[in-house]
Design a protein around this ligand. Structure first.
Ligand SMILES: N[C@@H](CCC(=O)N[C@@H](CS)C(=O)NCC(=O)O)C(=O)O
Length: 168
């Protein structure tokens, strides 16, 4: 049998231990909460820092402009049978246009000095034919040359053949 004194001491011991146990419980509870909120914070951060989708490969700017060479080739191939790349102030161009007009030929004229892309076209023509000067005369998709070449063909009668019997 426990003595009255021993029971009293036991009760006192238990009572004095209670706050310590409560403290431990509170500490454990708080520790659990902070680790939960930390892991929540971690997952929120990981959501914020998810790997971005790979950037799309840089694309060259989309333009509908064709190169000067393509533009010139298109004019030669798809326009009228005779095409003259000219400059409005050029006496050789004036003479060549007059010869073609007199021959009754209906032709396309591009006055390069009056076009924004005129210099590029002139360069494209030069790289195609080796001739830098205007007029650059084309009949049936074939390069004729300049004014002096046209005159030579007129004299020889070849121009008449090229134009289907229209030139004198
Ligand atoms: N022999 C050439 C002469 C033509 C020529 O000299 N054209 C000048 C313009 S009147 C020229 O193209 N100069 C160079 C330029 O304008 O870029 C022909 O008969 O066509």
């Amino acid at each position: 049998m426990l003595t009255r004194r021993t029971r009293l001491l036991t009760v006192l011991a238990v009572v004095s231990l209670l706050p310590i146990v409560a403290l431990i419980q509170t500490y454990r509870h708080l520790a659990h909460r902070s680790s939960t909120s930390l892991s929540l914070a971690d997952s929120s951060l990981s959501l914020l820092h998810t790997t971005p989708p790979p950037a799309e490969a840089a694309q060259p700017p989309q333009t509908n402009t064709m190169s000067a060479r393509e533009a010139v080739e298109q004019k030669i191939a798809q326009g009228k049978r005779t095409v003259v790349f000219s400059k409005s102030y050029c006496p050789y161009c004036r003479r060549a246009k007059q010869i073609l007009k007199d021959a009754g030929e209906d032709f396309d004229v591009y006055e390069l000095d009056q076009m924004d892309e005129g210099s590029e076209w002139q360069n494209a023509l030069a790289s195609k034919t080796g001739q830098r000067t205007v007029p650059s005369i084309w009949i049936g998709g074939n390069f004729i040359g300049g004014c002096s070449d046209l005159e030579a063909k007129q004299r020889s009668g070849e121009l008449k053949t090229l134009l289907g019997g229209k030139a004198q």
